[in-house]
Design a binder for this molecule. Structure first.
Ligand code: FE
Length: 191
C-alpha cells in the first residue's frame, strides 16, 4: 500500500512539474508578445495615428456630397466648390478627419475651377494612389490619415515643384490663420 502511495505521489509530482514547465513557457511567450506589441506601438507613434471608421460612421459625420467625394472618389463640378477662388490665409485640413493637408501659401490660381496647390503642407500627410478609372491613368491623392479621396496630382503646376494638386473643395475645411494663432495662445495660457 505504502509502495503504491509513493508511486502515486511521484507520478502526481511529475505531472505537476510538466504542467508548471508548460505554464512557465506560456508565461515567457506571453511576455515576449507584450514586449513586441510595445515595440510596435512605439514604432507606430512616429507614423500618423490612423482614423478608421465604418461606412455607416462616415455617412453619419459627412454630408452626402462630402461622403460621395471623399469615400467614393467623387469629383465636384468645376467652379462650384467653396474654395476654388478663395484667398484666405490659413490651413486646409481634411474635411473627414481634420488632418492638415495644404497651406494657403502654396495655393495658386490654376484656372481649372478647383482649389489648386503646388505642395502639401507635409509630404507624408498626402498619399498617392494610381487611378485607372475614367479611361485615364492619373495619380489620385488621398488623406494619409483616413484615406479620404481628395483629388489628383498632375505635373503641370508652377514652380518650385511643378506639381498641381487639384483638390475638391468638398474634401477640405479651411482654418484661418487668425484662429490658429488664437487657439495656440489659449493653449499656452492654459499651461
Ligand atoms: Fe483625413
Amino acid at each position: 500500500m505504502l509502495f503504491k502511495n509513493i508511486w502515486t505521489r511521484m507520478i502526481t509530482l511529475a505531472a505537476a512539474g510538466i504542467v508548471s514547465i508548460g505554464l512557465a513557457t506560456a508565461g515567457a511567450e506571453d511576455k515576449k508578445t507584450k514586449e513586441n506589441a510595445g515595440a510596435e506601438a512605439k514604432k507606430a507613434s512616429t507614423a500618423p495615428e490612423r482614423v478608421i471608421k465604418t461606412d455607416a460612421e462616415w455617412r453619419a459625420i459627412l454630408t452626402p456630397e462630402q461622403y460621395r467625394i471623399t469615400r467614393q472618389q467623387g469629383t465636384e463640378a468645376a467652379f462650384t466648390g467653396r474654395y476654388w477662388k478663395f484667398k484666405g490665409e490659413g490651413t486646409y485640413v481634411c474635411v473627414a478627419c481634420g488632418y492638415e493637408l495644404f497651406d494657403s501659401q502654396t495655393k495658386y490660381k490654376s484656372g481649372t475651377g478647383w482649389p489648386s496647390f503646388w505642395e502639401p503642407i507635409v509630404e507624408s500627410h498626402v498619399g498617392e494612389v494610381t487611378d485607372r478609372g475614367s479611361g485615364m491613368i492619373r495619380t489620385e491623392v488621398i488623406c494619409n490619415r483616413c484615406d479620404s479621396h481628395l483629388g489628383h496630382v498632375f505635373e503641370d503646376g508652377p514652380r518650385p515643384t511643378g506639381l498641381r494638386y487639384c483638390i475638391n473643395s468638398e474634401a477640405l475645411n479651411f482654418i484661418p490663420a487668425e484662429k490658429e494663432k488664437t487657439e495656440a495662445a489659449e493653449k499656452t495660457k492654459k499651461k
